[in-house]
Write a new protein. Sequence first.
Length: 410
Amino acid sequence: MTAPAEPADEAVPPEFPMRRACPFSPPAAYAELRESEPVAPARLKVNGKRTWLVTRHDLYKKLLGDARVSANLKLPGYPLQVPVPEETLQSVPLTFLSMDPPDHTVQRRMLAPEFSVRRMRELRERVQQIVDQQIDQLLAKGAESPVDLVTSFALPVPSFVICELLGVPYEDHGRFEEWAWAIMNHEVSDEDRGRAHYELDRYVDGLVTAKESAPGDDMISRLIEFNRHTPAVEHSDIVSMSKLMLVTGHETTANMIALGTLALLEHPEQLAALRAEPELMPKAVEELLRFFSISDAGTARVALEDIELGDVTIRAGEGVLPLNNAANHDERVFPDPDRLDVRREARSHLAFGYGVHQCIGQNLARLELDVVYTTLFRRLPTLRLATPVEKLRFKDDAIVYGLYELPVTW
Ligand code: HEM
């Protein structure tokens, strides 16, 4: 496919990403676009290329449910949000996040049983132990408070969990957390990002190779074993699947732990409702996922054919960014959308995307968030911020929204 010609614009489209004026709300322009132009052109800040933004809930689902869009980031027109030199782009192997059916389906099917509701139910007790261990360590540090909740709790919990699931030694967490961060940050140099990809690849390749001869009781070993009996993929695919799990499995949930904790501390009436009715927690988790929609532009696509969406035609070869932070604040679906309401029925949110690529780890994320918020506020009932919100640094520069630090005391 060749790149489409840049249309001659009457007006210069707005730049993307757009900044938030308030850390608890989407950029103000989202609400305006949703009403006036729910499928609107924009220019990517990273390279000035034109793309489409989709801001309405129904149109978001329509687009991501359409088999005529591709997730293949190597296609011209795909709206990349980090600068990647063309040569590097074409040389890196695709993970299944960026594959289309049928290749995508083969790998997704191999992994799906690992994330079933039943598996997650069986995992609850172990997640609870991990969360309790981390809180014991926080309490032991008590005398030194304030403590940074991001490095001493929000990141270790999901890192520990995904390490155990995959069979990755937790001692190595410092290294893979750094590589993952470099891969997902807009402002890291090309050279550093390239190095992070290379080193993470080599690290995971080493792990997979070791498990091929000495399997353990873990997800990577089960993938290898399954593939030995029912050959479906190559060694390099198992490496890329494992790498994808390791990267996506900790950073996202860590950001939600920190942001969700902050939001509940800043909305004491919502926290009080949860304390009075702990059974509200599953609803609160959905609402916090909706409220922050941390992977706002994480579902980039490119059109394979001309697609009518709303009032526009997205031409074959053009890039599209369905924005889940915009769709999740659509008042047609979520009345008074900027208000955090732990009693809201928010389950139809799109924080995990929609369609064939909808987050495979969503039940794991839900489990971790439920156990984390419940246990943290129960065991540290006097938890409070040690720095005013205005001084906190939010990850406005990253693909996944979050907090750099969250100093707390109790
Ligand atoms: C896909 C968000 C946690 C693994 C996705 C997508 C979103 C998302 C929006 C769709 C991407 C697309 O359509 O292109 C989130 C959020 C999380 C979270 C907000 C936490 C709060 C996790 C966890 C894992 C995980 C814990 C664990 C392994 C994946 C994978 C995919 C994915 C492998 C690709 C699925 C596919 O292409 O079929 N996630 N995720 N995610 N997520 Fe998550």
